[in-house]
Design a protein around this ligand. Structure first.
Ligand code: NDP
Ligand code: MG
Length: 334
């Protein structure tokens, strides 16, 4: 079944006119959503801790950032745009007690709602309005008169009024200019985690590493392996992005297309598909969420160790050297 999509005409910005919206966190999403809403005529206040560049940025943009407590207390609509892994503690210690019945609590990603880290007090509806793009794009598309598509999802028991408020919010950040798709918090959370684990981050990184190491172990030069297995991925992904699998296959050589059809299924095998199903089960059961929440509570020791090891891989060292040869790449080293 095709998803329901809402546009500008389905949303009424005037529903936000007498509401104060607190944006908690002035990071990637916070800075974009706050400014777009203000430009749409909404009353926006910012909860942002002092002492860092994001605080200064909020001031530079003409806001007077305050504590999470004060912003929550003064607002009718509270949107938590803090990093997912710290939201649970920040919510319990600084936000929850300052919510009042009738407030609406929002997120841009369902993780903390879905896995019970952000649970609203009685009388507070929850809702997700999630832009399908990074904050800088949410801002720059809005400034050009456009918008980034958004997802909307209502929390358990949320009223029809809250849905209308959500669509108004999505309009305020420019989302209805592009289209707003209705989903559920479970679907948004589970598909997001699955996509990043299996394809976008986990799957692709491991595929690239394995292919690079196969060539290098077979005696090929690491520079050649880097170009073939990592660098050129961008050309392929850009073709996917513009026209799906078919446009990629139309654009590459017939030799490449034949290799794709006949060799690809030997890389992603029945065993790979079975593992995908297992990973999805771990997401659905909350096993992954529990692991990640406990990992953070322990100070993220395993996460930091793996991160260190991954940074010292040969493919990373070769890449740092080769990217210096290509000014147009706009190389980023962190
Ligand atoms: P960022 O990391 O860009 O910003 C986080 C903000 O929270 C910063 O202002 C930061 O302030 C503040 N913050 C961080 N740690 C603390 C702390 N311990 N106490 C108080 N404030 C803190 O987050 P994002 O905008 O990327 O993510 C926000 C939400 O949006 C998440 O739920 C995410 O899943 C969702 N989202 C993000 C997208 C993206 O592309 N980035 C896309 C769609 C959804 P300081 O500068 O002082 O550290
Ligand atoms: Mg995602």
């Amino acid at each position: 079944m095709a998803a329901k999509i809402y546009y500008d005409n389905d949303a009424d910005l005037s529903l936000l006119k007498n509401k104060t919206i607190a944006i908690l966190g002035y990071g990637s999403q916070g800075h974009a959503q706050a400014q777009n809403l203000r430009d749409s005529g909404c009353k926006v206040i910012i909860g942002q801790r002092p002492g860092g560049p994001n605080y200064d940025l909020a001031v530079k943009h003409g806001f007077q950032p305050m504590s999470l407590e004060d912003a929550t207390r003064q607002a009718d609509i509270v949107n938590i745009l803090l990093p997912d892994e710290v939201q649970g503690d920040l919510y319990r210690n600084h936000i929850r007690a300052n919510l009042q019945p009738g407030n609406v609590l929002m997120e841009s990603h369902g993780f903390n709602f879905h896995f019970g880290q952000v649970e609203p007090p009685p009388g507070v509806d929850t809702m997700l309005v999630a832009p399908k793009g990074p904050g800088h794009l949410v801002r720059s598309e809005f400034e050009k008169g456009g918008g980034v598509p958004c997802l909307i999802a209502l929390g358990p028991g949320a009223s029809e009024e809250t849905r209308k408020l959500g669509l108004a919010y999505a309009k305020g950040i420019g989302g209805t200019r592009a289209g707003v798709i209705e989903t559920t918090i479970a679907e948004e959370t589970e598909t997001d985690l699955f996509g990043e684990q299996v394809v976008l981050c986990g799957g692709v990184s491991e595929l690239v590493k394995a292919a690079f190491e196969t060539l290098v172990e077979a005696g090929y030069q690491p520079e050649m392996a880097y170009f073939e297995c990592l660098h050129e991925l961008k050309l392929i992904v850009d073709l996917f992005y513009q026209g799906g699998l078919n446009y990629m296959r139309y654009s590459v050589s017939n030799t490449a297309e034949y290799g794709d059809y006949t060799r690809g299924p030997r890389i992603v095998t029945d065993q790979t598909r079975a593992e995908m199903k297992k990973i999805l089960k771990e997401i659905q059961s909350g096993q992954f969420a529990r692991e990640w929440i406990l990992e953070n509570r322990a100070g993220a020791p395993a996460f930091k160790a793996i991160r260190r090891r991954e940074r010292s891989l040969q493919i990373e060292e070769v890449g740092r050297r080769l990217r210096k040869l290509m000014s147009w790449v706009n190389a980023k080293e962190v």
